[in-house]
Design a protein around this ligand. Structure first.
Ligand code: SAH
Ligand code: SF4
Ligand code: F3S
Length: 443
């Protein structure tokens, strides 16, 4: 046991699933050190901000919340404030954070998460703040003690970093080059999770399809998926994110072979216009994207697709935007995450000509959201009267109902006499409300 048994931690997480899982690893480190989790920020002895810098508003959120701690730190001078994640890894941001918030005690980056314990200990032994950001990625460090908080769901990294340099995106700069984990380690981790009773495993990577292409393993993503899906036990398998430039038939064949793999692919299209896709350096065309959807549905007609879309990218004309709308209609996505383009310093797109005005961006995002919502609503309504299998994930206090998802990611709420979190239940849908479904257990 560590040396600070009664001290408590609180972690604030921003950003993607990758970051949420990384916070579970941070929690694992802190618990190993003897900290316990605090229910509220105000009762914590150490607060860790795991930041995101994908869009400006993600950064503003973090700036606001870190800034708000100034008062608490004054009242509690022994409180340790730690900042890590993608923002600290961003060029020049550490300096800004240091100047703006001199009360930060420790800063670490995405490439030295494993050093966190040492850095905290060093800070405790000295007055001076400890800032250590690693510039280059090292060998993968295997974490064995992530403290998972999403039961019955568990996230498993398969590849870290990104090599794609989409022209708008900061991720390759703050997460380093692609590093694939050894397949044996991944399979061992999933086996352990299944043995512990986890019911939904999601394999994580910025581009899962490029797993192995760094030469770290001979195993391809399709082979890895096949191996993981072959693990005995009752669980669902998902993977995220697929990149349309690399998504392929081999993967779809493995999906077809294993009913355990959810028939849902998150395949971010970003834009429906070839001009914009090329300026984004996405390295596929609208036609190739549509071909892939066709291929997927030829093997698995029931398959659903979700996506990410950016509007207002530099140079996007009304005609380009309308091509995105047309593509959304054609594919009929189960759902779509829609974003307004946010310039990120250091990326190619940030200095491109033709930056779009805020008014035009707002207009386009509003129209797109309306279209996407209408489609999602229509899909939800089709569920009424159907029986679907839901993995119960949580109890919604406000609604007084249990909630979970079907394999297509559709959220369903239902009453249950006993605590059924972690159970697969069949629910007959009686009502649809926006993206949420409501029903009764039927089998
Ligand atoms: N690796 C994944 C996504 C990572 S980021 C992929 O390639 O699809 C998640 C989403 O954020 C992206 O799909 C994109 O739609 C959006 N995004 C990334 N950078 C952005 C920026 N600068 N402005 C607005 N949206 C952005
Ligand atoms: Fe960013 Fe593109 Fe990498 Fe996704 S694939 S993380 S959008 S650079
Ligand atoms: Fe994720 Fe945000 Fe970093 S989306 S990879 S936490 S920049």
């Amino acid at each position: 046991m560590g040396d600070c048994i009664l001290e408590k931690y609180y972690i604030v997480t921003y950003g993607c699933q990758m970051n949420i899982h990384e916070s579970e690893k941070i929690a694992g480190i802190l618990r190993r050190m003897g900290y316990e989790s605090a229910k509220e920020l105000s009762e914590a002895d150490i607060i860790v901000f795991n930041t995101c810098c994908i869009r400006e508003n993600a950064e503003n959120h973090a700036f606001g919340n870190i800034g708000a701690l100034k008062k608490l730190k004054k009242q509690k001078p022994d409180l340790l404030i730690v900042v890590g994640g993608c923002m600290t890894q961003e060029k020049g941001k550490t300096e800004i954070l240091k100047k703006k918030f001199p009360f930060i005690d420790v800063m670490f980056g995405t490439l030295n998460l494993e050093d966190l314990e040492t850095l905290i200990r060093r800070k405790k032994a000295q007055k001076k703040k400890v800032i250590e950001i690693r510039e280059k990625e090292g060998e993968i460090v295997e974490f064995t003690d992530a403290y998972r908080t999403s039961y019955p769901n568990a996230w498993v990294n398969i590849v870290y970093g990104c090599n794609n340099f989409c022209s708008y995106c900061i991720v390759p700069y703050v997460r380093g080059r692609e590093r694939s984990r050894n397949p044996e380690n991944i399979i061992r981790e999933v086996k352990e999770l299944v043995a512990q009773g986890y019911k939904e495993i999601t394999l994580l990577g910025q581009n899962v399809n490029s797993y192995g292409s760094d030469g770290k393993t001979e195993c391809t993503f399709a082979q890895l998926l096949d191996a993981v899906a072959s693990i005995d036990g009752e669980f669902r398998l998902r993977f995220m994110t697929s990149h349309p430039k690399d998504f392929n038939e081999d993967v779809v064949k493995v999906m077809k072979k294993h009913p355990k793999i959810c028939r849902l692919v998150h395949l971010p299209v970003q834009s429906g216009s070839n001009t914009i896709l090329s300026a984004m350096n996405r390295r596929y065309t609208r036609e190739k994207y549509l071909e892939e959807i066709k291929m997927l549905r030829s093997y698995l007609p029931e398959a659903e697709v979700t996506t990410d879309i950016i509007v207002g990218f530099p140079g996007e004309t009304e005609k380009d935007y309308l091509q995105t709308e047309a593509l959304v209609k054609e594919v009929d996505f189960a759902s779509a995450f829609t974003f307004v383009y946010s310039p990120r310093e250091g990326t190619k797109a940030a200095t491109m000509d033709g930056q779009i005005s805020e008014d035009v961006q707002k207009d386009r995002i509003m129209r797109l959201v309306e279209l996407v919502n209408a489609q999602t609503r229509k899909k939800s309504e089709k569920y009424v009267g159907k029986e679907i299998e839901i993995l119960c994930e949580d109890y919604d206090e406000k609604k007084g109902l249990y909630m979970g998802r079907d394999e297509f990611g559709r959220m369903g709420y239902f009453p249950c006499e006993h605590n059924c979190i972690g159970e697969f239940v069949w629910v007959k849908i009686t009502k649809a409300n926006g993206i949420s479904l409501f029903g009764e257990i039927c089998r």
